[in-house]
Design a protein around this ligand. Structure first.
Ligand code: NAP
Length: 311
């Protein structure tokens, strides 16, 4: 099979940790070039300072993965679409819902394929949880998404700027899992959003969700970026009394305390397999649900100002 040539735009942490190595070992794709504003070179591949330079030099590269922060991403996607490229897009897809909606419509109107990814959805334990909840329903669900911004986002100033999402940069991953596993629609009922007095984006939040289910399941989340302990867990009780613990960001599953599944992370391997399938079928894929929930949290959330944050 001939591999499809792909370029990566934005050679930061996630590109280096996942996209570049996963593409390199993929049987569907050939890593052909990178675009890096800082000129970060990967092996002996050509590197360009701008996407325009890449497109001019390599018209044969038909695919790009856009791995920059959301603030600059939409412009890069439009530029790629205008250049006739199909696009894989990191999360969160855009700084606002309206821009995201426009982006999806624009790619469609231009006949380009847009695969907007939510990497945390690509775990077997997440699929198993979704199947169990479809059978047994939900009595209660609580999300704990706690980590240290200093450990996981060291030096990333953009996370504190408008459009940088703050604690929702990682916590939108939890919301993407929630969107995948819930057997019924839900919405944000109430939230408290805590923002350091010297920053623009939140460092913590508590959220209560509601649904139209007659039995009124309890649905909540606690999102904390100043935690000493990494804890990315869903604690769920089904209507049949089963206790589900979906742990480690969706990679580990316990049922009634017993370990049922613990996978190594293959999220990005599965994402690129999905991209290959979508390209084969010429189908785009995009879901704004997690982004909508974040926007709603910011709309209904009570504001609390907390101590200044310094790295
Ligand atoms: P990062 O380390 O700060 O890298 C982002 C890269 O984007 C920069 O190194 C830079 O690379 C490029 N860039 C271009 N314009 C930029 C601008 N105006 N401001 C900042 N960077 C700019 O961030 P990251 O952790 O890789 O995250 C990037 C995206 O991936 C985020 O949306 C994040 O939510 C998502 N993500 C991150 C992780 C993770 O573990 N970090 C996991 C999954 C998803 P060049 O110098 O090469 O242009």
């Amino acid at each position: 099979m001939t591999k499809r040539k792909i370029a990566v735009i934005g050679v930061g942490k996630i590109a280096q940790d996942q996209h570049l190595p996963v593409i390199e070992k993929s049987s569907y794709f050939e890593l052909a070039a990178t675009v890096s504003t800082r000129g970060v070179q990967h092996r002996d591949l050509p590197v360009y300072r701008t996407a325009a330079e890449l497109y001019a030099a390599h018209p044969e590269i038909e695919l790009v993965s856009v791995c920059t922060p959301p603030e600059v991403r939409c412009e890069l996607v439009r530029e790629a679409v205008d250049a006739g490229k199909d696009v894989l897009l990191e999360k969160p897809p855009a700084p606002t819902l309206s821009e995201f909606t426009d982006l999806v419509a624009y790619a469609k109107a231009q006949g380009r394929l847009l695969f907007q990814t939510w990497h945390s959805q690509y775990n077997q334990a997440v699929d198993n949880t979704r199947d169990l909840l479809a059978c047994e329903g939900v009595e209660s669900l609580h999300i704990d998404w706690n980590e240290s911004v200093r450990k996981w986002h060291a030096g990333q100033e953009w996370v504190w700027e408008p459009g940088g999402f703050g604690v929702f940069d990682p916590s939108i991953n939890a919301l993407s899992i929630l969107a995948k596993i819930m057997p019924f629609p839900l919405w944000v009922r109430d939230a408290t959003v805590r923002t350091p007095e010297n920053r623009q984006t939140p460092v913590a939040a508590d959220v209560v969700f509601a649904s139209a289910q007659a039995h009124a399941p309890k649905l909540s989340g606690h999102f904390d970026w100043l935690s000493d302990e990494d804890r990315w867990t869903f604690s769920i009780r089904t209507r049949k009394g089963t206790n589900i613990s979906l742990e480690n960001g969706g990679m580990r599953l316990r049922i009634n305390g017993e370990l049922r599944l613990e996978g190594a992370s293959e999220e990005y391997e599965r994402i690129y397999e999905r991209f290959a399938q979508l390209l084969e079928r010429r189908e785009s894929l995009a879901d704004d649900t997690p982004l909508r929930w974040v926007a709603d949290i910011m709309m209904v959330g009570r504001r609390e100002t907390v101590a200044p944050f310094e790295w």
